[in-house]
Ligand binder design. Structure first.
Ligand code: AMP
Ligand code: ZN
Length: 461
């Protein structure tokens, strides 16, 4: 098997990747908290995990990818305190937490398809795994790692030697987050909730009986319990964003160690953040863009994927509308070029090898894209070989090029009819109708420009 180097956040800095079972890899990807629409920052994280998986498959491994759906227990402060995000979302929308979870899960699934993520092997929901979470908490309790205070059952981090090794912090250094809802009876600031009791003065939408009282699981326990169920502990690779290192992943590691006396995962890979115009995304700045917000400005989900691939996952990526338009222009050029190629024949293996060397080197996707453009610009290779080779590269890039390579654009009669209606509307100077027809074309995946020569149609891919 070819050598794969992965930059591991835990322990040694750089390692030759070796899975636990020969030929097989288990990946656990921290998925979306479904209290709101997933934003493009979240999708940066999921695209990174998807490329990791595709690289392993292209190398010959059978991959099991578990991507969870967090539908209970994730509290508003990343420092693990405050209100449950799902209950907050329910109040915001005047619905039940169950309805909110269901609605955003559906959007999550369709957004995953739009950026061409391979469907995870399993997508378990936290609320479907309450029994597994309770069992794991019981195992920790039996071994003396827990204590109970007024609002819940907590993990006693002082009992676990080595707590904090992923983020390199010592328990005494761990700053308390925003102090909203911090229970002052916690023995130590880094102690975290395993099971929280339902508040006496308020009816939660989501709550369950447990050996400790009615309530709901803490956020971290879902990932350890579901990873154990679907991958077994330890498993190979855990992915997520860098914001999860200090609290969420540290606590997952602690739970696996305390409950099962094992590592949780052998490799921890964390993507850096997507920034917007050089700063943080936030609701108050109104810049937590979704894929729909991008599409409304003529940036397709696949162009967004291309933008993400253009940066190394360990580097921050600054989203600007100019950069997004640059990615869209690159996609347009790519698609326009490859549609005119001949049907795929044989692969240029040397080029595929060169490309794979980049992705196997800690997912160097910018380097891999450079190899792709070298192929596109090659004037000596027959286009049928270029087509076959590009499709091989796209197994890893995931830009859905199989739909366009060697397939000239055909305008359906439906699209042509809208275009003709719009031409008539323009001649009649009915600009309201012409704008509506432009929006109809956008829904069909086309942008239209008005030029002196008439309407110019452009496919949005
Ligand atoms: P959450 O819904 O908060 O659990 O986040 C889902 C995934 O998205 C996690 O792996 C986060 O680390 C990741 N994530 C959240 N915001 C960003 C961002 N701005 N850039 C990259 N990844 C992010
Ligand atoms: Zn998680």
């Amino acid at each position: 098997m070819s050598v794969i180097t992965l930059f591991n956040s835990l322990g040694r800095r750089e390692e030759v990747f070796k899975p636990i079972k020969p030929g097989q890899v288990g990946i656990y990807t921290c998925g979306l908290t479904v209290y709101d629409r997933g934003h493009i920052g979240n999708f940066r994280s999921f695209i990174f995990a998807d490329v990791l998986r595709r690289m392993l498959v292209a190398t010959g491994y059978t991959v099991t990818q578990v991507t969870n759906i967090t539908d209970v227990g994730h509290l508003v402060s990343d420092a693990d305190e405050g209100e449950d995000k799902l209950e907050k979302g329910a109040r915001r929308e005047g619905k039940t937490a169950w309805q909110v979870a269901d609605e955003y899960t559906q959007l999550y699934l369709s957004d995953m398809k739009r950026v061409n993520l391979l469907p995870p092997t399993v997508m378990p929901k936290a609320t479907d795994h309450i029994a597994e979470q309770i069992a794991m908490i019981q195992a920790m309790e039996d071994k003396g790692f827990t204590y109970t205070i007024s609002d819940g059952v907590y993990f006693d981090t002082a009992k676990l030697p080595g707590y904090g090794r992923l983020s390199g912090q010592k328990t005494e250094d761990k700053a308390e987050g925003a102090r909203v809802g911090v229970n002052e009876d916690k023995k130590h600031p880094s102690d975290f909730a395993l099971w929280k009791f339902s508040p006496a003065d308020e009816q939660r939408h989501m709550e369950w009986e447990s050996p400790w009282g009615k309530g709901f699981p803490g956020w971290h326990i879902e990932c350890s319990a579901m990873a154990e169920k679907y991958l077994g502990l330890p498993f190979d690779v855990h992915t997520g964003g860098v914001d999860h290192i200090a609290v969420h992943h540290e606590n997952e590691i602690a739970q696996a160690q305390a409950a099962r006396d094992t590592l949780e995962a052998n490799y921890w890979l964390h993507n850096e953040f997507l920034l917007i115009d050089g700063g943080k995304m936030s609701k108050s700045l109104n810049n937590t863009y979704s894929l729909d917000d991008l599409a409304a400005k003529g940036i397709s989900p696949l162009a967004y994927r291309y933008l993400v691939l253009g940066a190394h996952y360990k580097s921050q990526l600054n989203f600007t509308w100019e950069a997004a338009q640059g990615a869209q222009n690159a996609m347009n050029k790519l698609v326009d070029t490859v549609r005119l190629w001949d049907k795929p024949t044989e692969v240029d293996q040397a080029l595929v090898d060169e490309f794979m060397e980049h992705v196997r080197n800690d997912l160097d996707t910018p380097g891999a894209l450079a190899v792709m453009w070298k192929l596109i610009g090659d004037e000596k290779l027959p286009s049928s070989v270029k087509a076959a080779t590009l499709l091989a590269l796209d197994e890893v890039l995931g830009l859905a090029l199989e739909d366009v390579v060697g397939r000239p654009l055909k305008i359906s009669s439906e699209v042509q009819a809208v275009l003709d209606d719009r031409e008539r509307a323009r001649l009649a100077k009915d600009f309201a109708a012409s704008d509506k027809l432009r929006a109809d074309l956008a829904k069909l995946g086309f942008l239209v420009d008005d030029t002196p020569e008439g309407q110019r149609l452009r496919e949005l891919r």
